[in-house]
Write a protein that binds this ligand. Structure first.
Ligand code: GDP
Length: 429
């Protein structure tokens, strides 16, 4: 059976932790989109890890971890990331990479930096990992698939052609030195040798695995609101963050995805620019940021302080709907234990009217949050294993949100560790 673990919001919802927990019963974990620009934080018996490209199954020796064709593959970063975990005594994980996966080229990172510099104040707040130039080239059909690294004549021909146009832009738009074919070719040869042990026909592998009834997890990066079509365009990422894209980015039939677990955090957070209606500021925000996540809300890849806000029912209902949610995993709930009252954003006021369906970006930018306050539970809920043992106000908070978003909250995460998890029968199921 194939299960997708995806995000409802701006990312950082705790997908890594949920995937790592569910991986106990999985045979295969697949990354199907995005690149090394975001990260998952995972806490387990080996310690605390920030993963960027590696699937979250790498800590389980019985799991095959797959980098699907939809991923923006930064080969040196992948290799360094494997080393960074094996250096910390994690046994060497099983990893395969799709032969159709495309490669983040050295100039993608350079173009990302140049473009953000050029845009100045109007920049996208990119992590400058080359992701936007990578996907632009992929769809402009001038990207490089992993398998192409193994055909030297083809590589030289294509690189010559691609560098011609890249150099015009580099020299005349960004005023930088042109790229030299020999330098890039040498790097490509290094990349080829690094990736060789992992290359595989992934869709064929998965076809057999599905036939054998293997348990497969698709692991999304970021969340619905960062999807290039359904998110807060243009402040989005460059590949689809939706479970539906899992079929394409891994190479499996769409109807095989039977379960879609959409991860929602019990409050909101976002890294980078873009509309965020329920955002809070000042001392109230500083306190939530300090207490949030596992040791503060700071980006796993960038270390940037995350913007924080209260739970947003409008954005999350939409986020869950677009994912095709069968189950909601509600995370980081333990963090809210310090609050007397917890505001929840239940509507957006737009031009004097309150709406509960998430609007298009230009309208959302005008929206003001409508908050309702729920009583807090004022205690530490870590360590609780049964839903009934959660404090009444905590259950009320969960049930209030479940009713507002209309999707069943069946998994509750009350701490960063693998075992900090509560399963629940939802009345909506
Ligand atoms: P992802 O990209 O969706 O995997 O999210 P991140 O890993 O970037 O951010 C989630 C943060 O919250 C990480 O620091 C996790 O260790 C932490 N985390 C996940 N679930 C919980 C939880 O239930 N409670 C607490 N306190 N922290 C959690």
């Amino acid at each position: 059976m194939v299960t997708a673990v995806v995000g409802a919001n701006w990312g950082d919802e705790g997908k890594g932790k949920i995937t790592d927990t569910l991986a106990n019963d999985a045979d295969i974990v697949i990354r199907f989109q995005g690149g090394a620009n975001a990260g998952h934080t995972i806490v387990n018996e080996y310690g605390k890890f920030a993963l960027h490209t590696l699937p979250s199954g790498v800590f389980h020796q019985n799991i095959m971890n797959i980098i699907g064709n939809g991923v923006a593959l930064d080969i040196p970063k992948l290799v360094a990331e494997i080393k960074s975990i094996t250096d910390r005594d994690v046994p060497k994980p099983n990893i395969i990479v799709s032969d159709r996966c495309q490669v983040v080229m050295p100039y993608h990172v350079l173009f990302d930096q140049c473009e953000e510099e050029r845009l100045g104040k109007k920049s996208f707040g990119s992590t400058k990992s080359g992701i936007a130039p990578f996907y632009s080239d992929k769809y402009a059909k001038i990207g490089f698939q992993v398998n192409e690294l193994f055909d030297d004549d083809y590589l030289v021909d294509k690189l010559t052609q691609v560098l011609d146009s890249k150099n015009v832009i580099l020299e005349h738009l960004y005023h930088k030195e042109p790229l030299k074919l020999d330098d890039i070719l040498k790097t490509m040869h290094e990349y080829r040798d690094m990736i060789k042990p992992y290359v595989c026909d992934v869709s064929a592998y998965l076809y057999e695995a599905i036939k054998e009834g293997k348990n497969i997890l698709l692991e999304g990066q970021l969340g619905t609101l960062k999807d290039p079509d359904h998110g807060i365009y243009p402040m989005v990422t460059s590949s689809s963050t939706l479970a539906g894209f899992g079929a394409i980015g891994a190479g499996i039939p769409p109807y095989e995805i039977k379960k879609i677990i959409t991860v929602n955090k019990a409050y909101s957070s976002a890294v980078g620019a873009g509309v965020f209606t329920s955002e809070i500021f000042g001392e109230e925000a500083d306190e939530l940021r300090r207490r949030g996540g596992d040791g503060g809300e700071f980006g796993a890849t960038t270390g940037r302080p995350r913007r924080v806000g209260w739970y947003d029912c409008v954005a999350s209902k939409y986020g869950c709907r677009l994912q095709g949610t069968t189950d909601v995993a509600f995370t980081v709930l333990d963090v809210l234990g310090y609050l007397d009252e917890i505001p929840v954003c239940t509507g957006y006021e737009v031009d004097g009217k309150v709406v509960t369906d998430f609007p298009v970006t230009l309208v959302t930018e005008k929206a003001k949050p409508v908050f309702e306050k729920l009583p807090g539970w004022k205690c530490d809920i870590r360590g609780i294993k049964k839903y009934e043992d959660l404090p009444l106000n905590c259950r009320k908070y969960i049930e209030f949100i479940e009713e507002k978003i209309g999707f069943p909250i069946t998994i509750i995460s009350n701490g960063p560790g693998r075992d900090d998890i509560i399963y629940r029968e939802s009345p909506l199921k």
